[in-house]
Design a binder for this molecule. Sequence first.
Ligand code: AKB
Length: 341
Amino acid sequence: MSIKTILVTGANGEIGHGLIEHLSEYGGMHIIAMDLAPIDESVKARCHRLVTGDILDTHLLETLSTEHNFDTIYHLAALLSTRAERQPTLAHRVNVDGTLNLLEIAITQSRLQGREIKFIYPSSIAVYGLPDLETKRKAGKVKEDQWLVPRTMYGINKLYNEQLGRYYANYYRQLDAEPPKGQIDFRSVRFPGLISAVTLPTGGTSDFAPEMLHMAARNRHYECFVREDARIPFMAMPDAITALLRLQAAPHEKLTQTVYNVGAFNPSALEVFQILQKAFPNTSVKFASDYRRQAIIDSWPADVDDTAARRDWDWKPEYSLDRAFSEYLIPAIRRRYPSKA
Ligand code: AKB
């Protein structure tokens, strides 16, 4: 069996951890893990090579590209929505220029290897922008081509990158005498907010739900920055990893689009609190809406229509709201903070 080489950027992030864990369990592959910070101890042993560096460093990326033949690139590195609002130009550089650099590496690799390179890209519900709560309520489950008017730098970056990937996959250098078609097989999922029992996200706007969970498990008071009725889609981390792996493995001819919604459950902030209160009776939360971050949440859909993913590559979440908390999040977080829970 030939060993596959997989590049994972943003390896220290929430998705990076889970993805590397799963990939390494499959075996038969060399994982090259890249992050701005030194790769976390918990994933180190699972990787073939650890690269501490910046996706804006084109020299580093080119060196990596001469040293390895990548089969698949999982480009996870990004500045999330809240952080991106605080540093919009940095966000644009990291999120857009960084992605462009990775797409260029994928093209170079494809030329060198004479075959297609898979490029798996996590997009986000942040690409949507609903103008007001009444429209959000009426819109219900949004389809991939609706309400694409994001109000955050991060959402704009993600939406543009989806288009960039589609361009690199289908139209790159289309005016050349012999346009090099099909060099990149770009595939993207639009993730809802993700909840992990292992890692806490940083810099996102959907962070209120995972933060509430981790604070409740640690017996700490939490000032929730959204209203009780704030509602967006969420997903348990294991399902997010499954979505990436399943989309990666789907036969090309079955895919009818490059970007897919994936959904699982969509509790309000109050419903998350009520579930936590049952598991951790001391849960203490004050809903102290920060109207600026709340406005971002209000512009994201209450739910997504993931019919296309279900039809094209058999997407189906394992974890409903109940199962996510009772079988994954709460047991795992009790193990994580044993003295508190
Ligand atoms: C964020 O809140 O920025 C992310 C996202 C929804 O993509 N978690």
